[in-house]
Design a binder for this molecule. Structure first.
Ligand SMILES: C[S@@+](CC[C@H](N)C(=O)[O-])C[C@H]1O[C@@H](n2cnc3c(N)ncnc32)[C@H](O)[C@@H]1O
Length: 343
């Protein structure tokens, strides 16, 4: 049962996070050279005050679920203040490189078919203009800061909205008998929250990037309950109907359309008939029509080769075609969380 002290401690931690990353966001805006506005039409956009109110409402919803006993309050994931500071400095030192790419002054992407490392062409790009794409220890070390700055401290809470449908599905089940998979787990934030909420359950995190998996191991620590394995989401190394829970956060919009459909089909293949699939990703056009313009602007300011096509489509429709039935959706700030059972 959560106490008043728990509520105050949750509120203080989340407020501090938002202030920390909003400060980075404001500083970054001063350091980055202005970009020309897009030369294509932009839909309606919310005011900053409306976005702040929406973010606050999201934290309130999470707290209500914690108070209702659906899942525990999240434990802080930062190792120590020094670690947070070191990551922050590294992020700011890298900003000029990101800015140079944004302004077309650097192009480090190799032409398709020439990388020779076995990774797919679509994967080996400087997504978000980030240094080294997904492929270095440096990129893995600053990714979480980059994402939290972008979402002014709300990235983790958006990921954690996956916990609500999972907690509802978990009722009456024995977590020790369940196996879960995080597809494209990256640096392991969602996995860490899942492991924190259901420590008896066995999880696997799969990702194509060894440095990101190493970062996930550092975050989660050494536990036999969480296995981390390199692999491609479009060829999941699991038998048909062998997993109880399959989750994914912020992967779908990074994939070309045909690969995305293949990944959804793989998720449907490996989940058990009574299992659950939960996907957290960008909201799509029409989920909150008054915010559609944000989805037009995002790929102009960040290198997101597949985002425009992603937000113009429907995750629910693609998933249905892959054999998954949507059972719940929630727009959570700039994301959408969707839960599915096998069709
Ligand atoms: C935007 S990040 C999201 C990471 C993490 N799930 C999160 O919530 O931050 C996308 C991740 O997907 C991984 N990824 C992209 N394409 C993949 C594929 N085809 N198979 C496996 N992982 C992939 C990348 O290496 C990266 O770690």
């Amino acid at each position: 049962m959560a106490s008043t002290l728990d509520r105050l401690s949750y509120a203080a931690r989340q407020t501090a996070r938002v202030a920390w990353y909003a400060g980075h966001y404001a500083a970054g805006r001063r350091l980055l050279k202005p970009m020309p506005k897009p030369d294509y039409p932009i839909g309606p956009t919310p005011t900053r005050a409306e976005m702040t109110a929406d973010m606050r409402a999201l934290f309130t919803r999470e707290w209500r679920d914690i108070e209702a006993g659906l899942f525990p309050a999240p434990r802080p994931l930062a190792a120590d203040p020094g670690d947070l500071l070191r990551r922050s400095l590294r992020y700011f030192r890298d900003l000029p490189n990101v800015d140079a790419r944004r302004h077309g002054q650097r192009d480090e992407e190799m032409p398709p078919g020439q990388q020779g490392d076995g990774l797919p062409d679509y994967y080996r790009q400087n997504f978000h203009f980030q240094s080294d794409g997904w492929l270095s220890e440096h990129s893995a070390a600053i990714y979480d800061t980059q994402v939290e700055v972008l979402f002014t401290g709300a990235a983790d809470v958006m990921r954690r909205r996956a916990l609500k449908p999972i907690a509802e599905w978990m009722a009456g089940r024995n977590q020790r008998a369940l196996r879960g998979l995080d597809v494209g787990c990256g640096t392991g934030r969602l996995l860490a929250f899942l492991h924190g909420a259901w420590p008896g359950m066995k999880f696997t995190g799969l990702d194509l990037s060894p440095p990101y998996l190493a970062e996930a191991r550092r975050l989660i620590g050494h536990t036999a309950r969480v296995k981390l394995t390199p692999g491609a989401a479009e060829r999941l190394p699991f038998d048909d109907a062998s997993l109880d829970l399959v989750v994914s956060s912020f992967l779908m919009h990074e994939l070309p359309a045909d690969i995305r459909l293949a990944v959804l089909a793989e998720m449907a293949r490996v989940v058990k008939p009574d299992g659950l699939v939960v996907i957290v990703d960008s909201m799509q056009k029409g989920d909150e029509p008054a915010w559609d313009g944000l989805l037009d602007l995002f790929p102009h300011y960040f290198h997101e080769p597949y985002y425009g096509e992603y937000v113009s489509g429907s995750l629910e429709t693609w998933s249905r075609d892959a054999g998954l039935n949507v059972i719940a959706t929630e727009r959570a700030f700039l994301s959408k969380v969707a839960a599915f059972t096998k069709g």
